[in-house]
Design a protein around this ligand. Structure first.
Ligand SMILES: [Zn+2]
Length: 516
């Protein structure tokens, strides 16, 4: 006799259905075998199921038991196969009615005493189960997470409760979805004194979805500013929230099924490995770029990251998804994030006064040369944060903070949504940063004076085609913040001030000279 139930294997955030079949046959050599490309954790399921059964007073029959996980060519990883295997065994042993498992999928790790513990990937599994018109059986602690996918799922604390449910004694249900949080409170921009120019750059980055690099001496507030960016970004849309939460579910970061509408903010340390940043490792877990999906990836001390690690960011930055190659297959995770980076001008810090660099522009040149051109090509806005003086700290709090910036950013975003269409398009963000060359030509061609300025800049500053498009994108965002339908000279001039300068160039001089 064969009993079966569905469970899921994960490929990135995709839950792929797996048919768990349990066959029991007589014979004088009792055995318990799992086939169908199981990894070590799935293989160990045997011992957990055996122990959990004995803890609730069930003995495995002295027969040849074969568990098959189909399709056989899909690798099965993790400990979440326990519950499906245990349920199918109980069906084949007649402990639950044979047809009781029809229309059910199960996901969960068993402990040796038959309890069901926290399991990764419940949200994507519940969504897939709904799509397949099935009910998902998951551990009770994951119930609030499963409930986000829809009603009708079952959250079970242990094996006994499932036996009671299927025998009709104590029906199980699923708790309501976890809380929808407005997110961890993001500090206010008002806390940052001085740095008006940097705040403006941050606001432009927020409005147009642009990648941004702050360069300035230690203590000039670069990371303070970056941490305040999620506060001025629009909250996640329903579809974005679901995608972000699925990544968090697979990574084991969803606590008590609580979802947050604040955009993720991830700030990995510069010693982070490539696997930590882009994902991978033995289990092909999502990396920081995927945990920052629809949010912000903040890289502090940018040149201190290894060049190889930074270059590995180019594909996710370009494609909005990251491919992790494994021995026998590829795993994809979404990674449409906004990059904000910060760096000191040179290795010694390059602060004002006493902390000033004594090795001249050479030091800065060498330090900044650690960043490759193709990587820097992905960054739209460059801003040099000036040192904060003691005088700045005695200033009264700034008149404007997060609340004021939010109004302007949201208005600018609305103009872009109207222009680029559906905000829930799965492929592109409706922001200027993602606009194609054709769209830029339609929407960001400057007026005559602006066009003359761009042309002059292009020849004097030797702008590449990519740099030229970048200036247009940023100018379009500045015009949007201005509420202007057309891009004018003043917008172009400001956009030009955010281009990258070589360390020997005095900040702002060229652009200002051009704007005059
Ligand atoms: Zn130096």
């Amino acid at each position: 006799m064969v009993a079966r139930i569905t469970t899921f294997a994960f490929e990135g955030i995709d839950a792929r259905p797996v048919d768990v079949q349990v066959h029991m046959a007589g014979g004088n050599q009792p055995s318990f075998t799992i086939v169908g490309l199981p990894d070590k954790a799935v293989g160990e399921s045997r011992e957990r199921v055996r122990a959990a059964f004995s803890a609730i007073g069930l003995a495995l029959p002295p027969k040849r038991i074969t568990v098959n996980l189909a399709p056989a060519d899909l690798p099965k990883e993790g400990s979440h196969y326990d519950l499906a295997i245990a349920l199918a065994m109980m069906a084949v042993m007649g402990i639950v009615p044979p047809d009781a498992l029809d229309g059910h999928a199960a996901l969960g790790e068993l402990s040796l005493d038959g309890q069901l513990g926290q399991t990764l990937g419940v949200l994507p599994a519940a969504m897939k189960a709904l799509e397949l018109d099935m009910k998902l059986i998951c551990p009770a602690v994951c119930g609030p997470e499963a409930a986000w996918a829809g009603d009708g799922n079952l959250a079970a604390p242990n094996l006994i409760s499932l036996i009671n449910h299927f025998s009709g004694r104590t029906p199980l249900s699923c708790p309501p979805p976890g809380e929808l949080l407005d997110g961890p409170s993001v500090p206010d921009l008002r806390d940052v004194k001085g740095q008006d120019g940097a705040k403006r750059a941050l606001e432009i980055a927020a409005a147009g979805g642009h990648n941004l690099l702050f360069c300035g001496p230690p203590g000039s507030g670069k990371s303070m500013l970056a941490k305040r960016l999620p506060g001025i970004l629009p909250p996640l849309s329903a579809r974005e929230l679901l995608e972000v939460s699925q990544v968090q579910s697979v990574a084991g970061l969803l606590e008590r099924g609580q979802l947050s509408r604040t955009r993720p903010f991830r700030s990995p340390h510069h010693s982070a490995s490539m696997a930590a940043l882009v994902g991978g490792g033995i289990k092909a877990r999502p990396g920081e770029v995927s945990l920052a999906h629809h949010g912000i990836l903040f890289l502090d001390e940018l040149p201190e990251f290894s060049g190889q690690v930074l270059d590995s960011l180019r594909q996710p930055l370009e494609d909005g998804e990251v491919t992790i190659s494994r021995a026998n297959r590829h795993v994809k995770y979404p990674s449409r994030f906004q990059l904000v980076a910060a760096m000191n001008p040179c290795r010694c810090g390059g602060g004002p006064g006493e902390a000033a660099c004594r090795r001249g522009p050479r030091c800065a040149e060498q330090y900044q040369a650690r960043l490759s051109g193709p990587f820097l090509d992905r960054i739209d806005l460059f801003f040099d944060t000036p040192p904060v003086t003691a005088m700045d700290l005695t200033l009264p709090p700034p008149a404007e903070g997060t609340a004021e910036a939010v109004v302007r950013v949201f208005a600018a975003r609305e103009m872009q949504t109207a222009r680029y269409g559906n905000p829930d398009s799965p492929t592109q963000r409706p922001v200027n940063a993602d606009a194609s060359g054709t769209l830029l030509e339609t929407y960001a061609t400057p007026d005559e004076a602006g066009a003359a300025l761009v042309a002059e800049a292009a020849s004097k500053l030797h702008l590449s085609a990519r740099a030229y498009h970048r200036v247009l994108k940023v100018a379009r965002t500045i015009a949007d913040l201005d509420g202007a339908t057309g891009v004018r000279r003043i917008h172009v001039a400001e956009a030009l001030s955010y281009r990258r300068r070589s360390p020997s160039e005095t900040p702002g001089v060229t652009a200002n000279a051009l704007a005059r």
